[in-house]
Structures are given as structure tokens and as C-alpha cells.
Design a protein around this ligand. Structure first.
Ligand code: NAD
Length: 286
């Protein structure tokens, strides 16, 4: 497949990442089929994309015509079968291997043979996800960063069976979206989360052990290390359930105790304190 053959892109999962991925593709002129099993998620995604386009319009980064064209490129669906005409489908559902596997095995059956599959997983093995699709050579990891319309990086992950042709195609596609792809290999956490998550986890331990309060920990990292936001604020943005899932993947994948998830992080997820999306995480957003 050539890059100009990609006209319609499916995005499965319309949460934090899915709505952003749908936004950037639609804004770059692709038809986008955004699929979520939850109607409420799709409604929220439409509202979020509209709000973000309005912000771009206000800052004069896009015109009113571009806003309407972007919205017109989007269709919201609840059935995976509606993605059947896509040349590329990117999965962005919960960070759970069984849930993703079920989606990929169904997509493997309904898509044309040449269509490419991608996962936005933060840390699950690309090689393993690819294996349930019957097209492991046309499978790649596309790890966008949050918030997708703003962040330039896409960590582009080669599974063991990803073909050079597929990799080059998706690399060029990322550039067409105005993103900067960086090639990495398939190991737990890839590069971004292998380095970022242990820092967030350590910040949670620092809080749990009473070394400092959440505000103070964030202040030290912002003022002392020049980070634009502190690790606990960043964790609230990412979602504490996502952070915990990534630490568990690192712990299991490397079998090294240095990746053990902080008990406080686990307890907060059990309590439903998931960060911004639930109104409360290490900080409060009510
Ligand atoms: P989220 O919880 O905000 O959204 C997940 C969405 O998937 C929900 O709307 C849910 O209804 C939908 N979903 C679940 N099962 C489904 C199914 N079977 N069919 C259709 N839709 C289904 O999650 P998120 O934060 O957007 O994360 C999505 C993926 O992106 C995860 O793999 C995560 O690791 C990865 N990721 C997250 C971030 C981040 O900062 N949040 C950054 C990079 C990558």
C-alpha cells in the first residue's frame, strides 16, 4: 500500500487518546471512523474535539472552514464492523491485553488483507498483539502522546514481524500528520514509559513515605529539574489506572523488583481516584 491509498482511518476507543488521534487525522484530511462500545464516550469525544477545535480557532491556528471540514470528516460508530472499509485501524481502548486481543482478532477478520493495524498501547507487547491478527507483518505500535493534537512525538514501535514496508508507510504517515515519529523496538514500556513511569512511581513512594506532600514533590521537580509539570500532576493527566497498568507490565516484563508498583498508587486506583478524569488523583480537580 502507498501513503496516498490511505483515505479512511478507523480509531477504536474514543477516550482520552482515541478522541485526540481521531482529531489529528480528521484535521489532516482523512475520513475517520471513531468506534467506541459506549455511546457516552462517543458523545464526550465529540464535545472534546469540538472544544479543542474552538480553542485552535480562537488562537487563529485554524480557520472556521477547517473546523467544519474536520468535523465533517468524523463519523462516530458503536460497532467494530463499521471499520471494515478502513486502510488503517488504530486501537486505543483500555490497557488490557484480553480486551485488545479480542478487538484485533475481529479486525483481522473483517478488514481487507492489505489494511494495516496499529495499537496505541503504552506498554503491552506489540509482537504479542500482532499475533492474533493474521497479519503480523502489517502491524505496528503507534504510541501517541497526550494531548495528541499538541504533542509532536509518536513512538513508532516495530514488532518482531513488522515488515519494513509497513514501518516506512506508517513513518511517512506520521510525518503527513505533522508529527515526529521516533523508531523504537518492542520491549516493555518501549522508551517513553520505561523512563517516565518509574519516575512517577518513585514520586508516589516519596508521597507514601511522607518525605514531602504532593504539591511539594511537584514543585521540586518543576523548579529544580525544569519539568513543565510535576510527576504527580502528570500522573493525574495520564490516569492513575493507566500508570498502574504500565508499572505492572514493566514489573512482569522484566521481572525486576525495581519496577514494583507503589502500594499507594494501587490503593488510589482501587478507591477510584484515577486523576483528572475522575475529579481526584494525587491532586483534586473538583
Ligand atoms: P480511556 O479509558 O480514556 O478510553 C478507553 C476507551 O475505550 C473508553 O471510551 C472505552 O469505552 C473504550 N473501549 C473499551 N473497550 C472497548 C471495546 N471493546 N470496543 C470499543 N471501545 C472500547 O483510555 P486512554 O487513556 O485513552 O488509553 C487508551 C490507550 O492508549 C491505552 O492502551 C493506553 O495505555 C494508551 N495511552 C494512554 C495515554 C494517556 O496519557 N492516557 C498516553 C499514551 C497511550
Amino acid at each position: 500500500m502507498k501513503i496516498d491509498d490511505i483515505k479512511t482511518v478507523g480509531v477504536v476507543g474514543a477516550g482520552t487518546m482515541g478522541n485526540g488521534i481521531a482529531h489529528v487525522f480528521a484535521q489532516s484530511g482523512f475520513k475517520v471512523v471513531l468506534c467506541d462500545k459506549s455511546e457516552a464516550s462517543l458523545e464526550k469525544a465529540t464535545a472534546t474535539i469540538t472544544k479543542n477545535l474552538d480553542r485552535q480557532l480562537k488562537k487563529e491556528k485554524i480557520t472556521a472552514e477547517q473546523k467544519s471540514a474536520t468535523l465533517a470528516n468524523l463519523s462516530m460508530v458503536t460497532a467494530l464492523s463499521e471499520c471494515g472499509d478502513c486502510q488503517l485501524v488504530i486501537e486505543a481502548v483500555f490497557e488490557n491485553l484480553e480486551v485488545k486481543d479480542a478487538i484485533f482478532s475481529e479486525l483481522g477478520k473483517i478488514l481487507p488483507a492489505e489494511s494495516v493495524l496499529a495499537s496505541n498501547t503504552s506498554s503491552l507487547p506489540i509482537t504479542q498483539l500482532a499475533s492474533s491478527t493474521g497479519r503480523a507483518d502489517r502491524f505496528v505500535g503507534m504510541h501517541f502522546m497526550n494531548p495528541v493534537p499538541v504533542m509532536k512525538l509518536v513512538e513508532l514501535i516495530r514488532g518482531l514481524a513488522t515488515s519494513d514496508e509497513t514501518f516506512s508507510l506508517i513513518y511517512a504517515l506520521c510525518e503527513k500528520l505533522g508529527k515526529t515519529p521516533v523508531e523504537v523496538n518492542d520491549y516493555p514500556g518501549f522508551v517513553a514509559n520505561r523512563i517516565l513511569m518509574p519516575m512517577i512511581n518513585e514520586a508516589a513512594y516519596t508521597l507514601m513515605e511522607g518525605v514531602a506532600g504532593a504539591k511539594e514533590i511537584d514543585s521540586v521537580m518543576m523548579l529544580g529539574m525544569n519539568h513543565p509539570m510535576g510527576p504527580l500532576t502528570l500522573a493525574d493527566f495520564i490516569g492513575l489506572d493507566v500508570c498502574l497498568a504500565i508499572m505492572e507490565t514493566l514489573h512482569e516484563g522484566y521481572g525486576d523488583s525495581k519496577y514494583r508498583p507503589c502500594p499507594l498508587l494501587r490503593k488510589m486506583v482501587q478507591a477510584g481516584y484515577l486523576g483528572r478524569k475522575s475529579g481526584r488523583g494525587f491532586h483534586s480537580y473538583e
